[in-house]
Design a protein around this ligand. Structure first.
Ligand SMILES: *[C@@H]1O[C@H](CO)[C@@H](O)[C@H](O)[C@H]1NC(C)=O
Ligand SMILES: *[C@@H]1O[C@H](CO)[C@@H](O)[C@H](O)[C@H]1NC(C)=O
Ligand SMILES: *[C@@H]1O[C@H](CO)[C@@H](O)[C@H](O)[C@H]1NC(C)=O
Ligand SMILES: *[C@@H]1O[C@H](CO)[C@@H](O)[C@H](O)[C@H]1NC(C)=O
Ligand SMILES: *[C@@H]1O[C@H](CO)[C@@H](O)[C@H](O)[C@H]1NC(C)=O
Ligand SMILES: *[C@@H]1O[C@H](CO)[C@@H](O)[C@H](O)[C@H]1NC(C)=O
Ligand SMILES: *[C@@H]1O[C@H](CO)[C@@H](O)[C@H](O)[C@H]1NC(C)=O
Ligand SMILES: *[C@@H]1O[C@H](CO)[C@@H](O)[C@H](O)[C@H]1NC(C)=O
Ligand SMILES: *[C@@H]1O[C@H](CO)[C@@H](O)[C@H](O)[C@H]1NC(C)=O
Ligand SMILES: *[C@@H]1O[C@H](CO)[C@@H](O)[C@H](O)[C@H]1NC(C)=O
Ligand SMILES: *[C@@H]1O[C@H](CO)[C@@H](O)[C@H](O)[C@H]1NC(C)=O
Ligand SMILES: *[C@@H]1O[C@H](CO)[C@@H](O)[C@H](O)[C@H]1NC(C)=O
Length: 485
């Protein structure tokens, strides 16, 4: 599942916004300085002690960057260190898939610069003192291969293919190495720690890259399966099997933490069992003060086992029977709009007023009185001088995505979303994603603040380079929209 939707537009605008935030010293780059000047030797000592005692720690602070805005190239990514000595990798965080993978040295066509000019690195197992290949005889491989017809024998290298919803994929072999992370050690303080993790080593470029503007080193899956990094760290006693994200749709970046979040308080709802993804039962949709007339059967149309929560998808998708009343009711608040469909994908219109004043809020209701309010500024986005509706009709999708209900960054941004894999529940609350949250240390009971990040990455040069390409595409009236499920 998961990953992104790209609208190759507004990169220049994005560039200008980022530049101005540098010029004005707006918080974007300052946060990262917190990691500078760390007393490494002391950190290593403490990290060593804690690993020896195999304590469950207060948590992990995963610095993220990027944005989920559909009018930028929307994606969120994290920085992780891998290997000995450790090198930094930028990976897209995706709650819609499970394994972590990074591009490997054997990838010939992999770009060296990617999203927003990030410097990309190809992993080489031979360069790392701690890296080793995973064989088919290892438990991890046996579990991954269970049910597949692959006939790999004990001493062979364990191969994988991860296919995403839009047909892009990563293919390669599994390796095991140390992954470095920032362990929460105090209020807004972290220290370096590591754990052994099995991840994929991608042997070829994962997508038919039209440009490197969207490229990263790989994907960090936060799905439910045992193969995910968090499940591996949790089963080794390194972390609690709970995590939370607060994706900042305004400034980019936000909070991503592994651990028990005790502040803010969040209402939770049960995950639908036996689903490969994070599914929850939706019970009603309100548009403004009106509840849409949607029967419980309609919420389960086809083989729809609830709404999928997926940080790796930008927009939100509904079966036609829900999409139609939703969009019609929203647009009925402005009867004089002249609609201009763009490539059948988007419903757009001319609108110059304040969207929050001109359009209704949309509130989704779930089991256990959990609700989720989405503002017009979130579900409408500017494109090419028009305003476009972010809701999508999944009745137009093909294969097993047809009639799916999926809530992506469009609805998840600016909310603290908490995944409790131990209790199989999920919940959220509206939250300021440039503030901080509190994690509880399970051993000592002490509580620590974890703050927001916005990884510095930006190079306007790379955007300018791609501008020619962009203009070319726009001149041809060509809008690339892609989503990976
Ligand atoms: C690290 O911290 C220790 C103890 O506080 C101190 O003695 C040492 O000088 C510090 N090292 C550096 C490089 O700052
Ligand atoms: C991983 O942690 C251990 C124990 O603290 C430490 O000895 C080792 O150097 C770390 N490895 C890397 C690559 O940082
Ligand atoms: C697997 O490798 C080990 C050591 O390299 C060897 O002893 C063993 O015979 C091999 N097994 C098979 C089935 O090839
Ligand atoms: C995941 O691991 C847990 C404990 O190690 C095990 O009980 C469970 O069956 C595993 N789940 C799957 C899908 O393999
Ligand atoms: C969700 O809806 C299904 C179908 O009505 C029901 O079986 C299930 O108990 C509900 N709740 C959860 C948490 O799965
Ligand atoms: C709902 O809102 C509309 C317009 O915003 C208003 O005319 C109507 O009276 C409201 N209905 C209720 C039940 O509040
Ligand atoms: C709701 O929809 C059902 C069929 O989809 C219809 O029979 C019913 O009259 C509708 N109720 C209202 C209040 O519109
Ligand atoms: C999708 O929903 C339509 C009704 O809106 C239904 O006719 C169709 O069979 C469904 N398709 C799948 C694959 O569930
Ligand atoms: C729903 O799933 C079942 C089995 O999982 C399958 O036999 C059936 O064809 C599916 N129905 C639709 C409409 O996709
Ligand atoms: C949307 O919700 C906000 C916050 O509750 C409220 O201030 C605003 O008036 C609502 N917008 C509309 C159009 O009702
Ligand atoms: C949390 O639950 C309470 C009642 O249990 C409800 O009033 C409140 O609206 C819920 N908040 C959210 C964000 O769902
Ligand atoms: C998880 O479940 C356990 C036992 O059912 C309960 O004690 C605990 O409070 C739950 N945790 C959360 C965060 O709801």
């Amino acid at each position: 599942m998961g990953r992104i939707l790209y609208v190759y537009a507004m990169i220049l605008l994005n560039c200008l916004i980022w530049t101005s935030s540098i010029v004005h010293g707006g918080g974007v780059f300052e946060v990262s300085s917190k990691f500078g000047g760390r007393n490494r030797s002391l950190d290593a000592l403490k990290a060593h002690d804690s690993i020896r005692h195999l304590q469950i720690l207060a948590g992990v602070d995963l610095p993220i960057g990027g944005t989920g805005r559909p009018d930028a190239v929307g994606l969120y990514y994290a920085k992780v260190g891998i290997g000995t000595p450790a090198k930094d990798y930028y990976v897209q965080v995706d709650t819609g898939s499970d394994i972590m993978w990074v591009n490997c040295i054997s990838c010939q066509q992999c770009p060296t610069r990617g999203y927003h000019g990030l410097e990309l690195t190809q992993y080489n197992v031979k360069d790392s003192l701690t890296g080793k290949l995973v064989s088919c005889g290892q438990e991890f491989c046996k579990e991954i291969m269970r049910g597949s017809s692959s006939d790999c024998t004990v001493n062979e290298t364990c191969l994988y293919t991860e296919i995403y919803g839009d047909g892009t994929f990563s293919m390669g072999y599994f390796v095991e190495d140390f992954v470095q992370y920032d362990r929460v050690s105090g209020d807004l303080q972290t220290e370096s720690a590591n754990g052994s993790v099995i991840f994929g080593c991608g042997a070829g470029p994962s997508a038919d890259l039209v440009s490197a503007d969207d490229a990263l080193d790989g994907v960090l899956g936060f799905g439910k399966e045992n193969s995910s990094m968090i499940s591996q760290l949790a089963s080794a006693g390194r972390v609690k099997n709970m995590f939370a994200h607060c994706l900042d749709g305004v400034n980019g970046g936000g909070i991503f933490a592994i651990g028990n979040v005790v502040q803010p308080k969040v209402n939770m709802t049960a995950l639908v069992p036996n689903q490969p993804h994070y599914n929850v039962n939706m019970t009603a949709i309100e548009v403004g003060n009106a509840t849409l007339n949607i029967t419980q059967e309609l919420f389960r149309i086809g083989n729809n086992s609830g709404a999928i929560i997926d940080s790796g998808t930008t927009l939100a998708y509904f079966p036609q029977a829900i999409y139609d009343p939703l969009v019609i009711t929203i647009l009925s608040s402005q009867p004089n709009l002249k609609l201009q469909p763009i490539h059948d994908d988007y419903t757009c219109f001319d609108y110059s007023g304040s969207v929050d004043e001109g359009f209704p809020n949309v509130t989704f209701h779930f089991e256990n009185s959990l609700s989720l309010k989405v503002y017009p500024r979130d579900y409408l986005f500017p494109f090419d001088g028009l305003m476009c509706v972010g809701w999508q009709n999944s009745g137009l999708l093909s294969g097993d995505k047809k009639n799916i209900t999926l809530l992506g960054d469009l609805v998840l941004s600016n909310k603290l979303v908490l995944y409790d894999l131990e209790n199989q529940t999920i919940g959220w609350t509206e939250y300021n994603c440039s503030s901080s949250i509190k994690l509880k240390d399970e051993i000592t009971g002490s509580v620590h603040l974890v703050g927001a990040h916005s990884l510095p990455s930006y190079s306007c040069r790379s955007a300018e380079k791609s501008l020619t390409f962009l203009l070319l595409m726009l001149l041809h009236g060509f809008l690339i929209v892609r989503w990976l499920l």
